[in-house]
Design a protein around this ligand. Structure first.
Ligand SMILES: [Zn+2]
Length: 77
């Protein structure tokens, strides 16, 4: 896929000629219809997945830390 999308497009809602933004999406100046750039949905899903992974990793780290503390407490007593 080319980096720049140069072809002219038309708003699917009102037919107004629109200019693609840098990422390939546009906002119609006439009716404010928003056309997301190709891959935006995929990128959002990817970001959500990465966020979920970070949260899971943090939870696991907390759990490991908790186990370590419990282990230390057992050693002391
Ligand atoms: Zn429109």
């Amino acid at each position: 896929m080319p980096a720049t999308v140069a072809h002219s497009r038309y708003c699917p809602m009102c037919g107004t000629p629109v200019k693609d933004g840098p990422a390939g999406g546009f906002v119609c100046p006439q009716c404010n219809h928003v056309q997301e750039p190709p891959g935006a949905h995929k990128a959002r899903k990817e970001a959500a997945r990465a966020r979920a992974e970070r949260v899971a990793a943090a939870a696991q780290q907390r759990e490991e830390e908790r186990q370590r503390v419990l282990e230390e407490a057992r050693k002391v007593s």
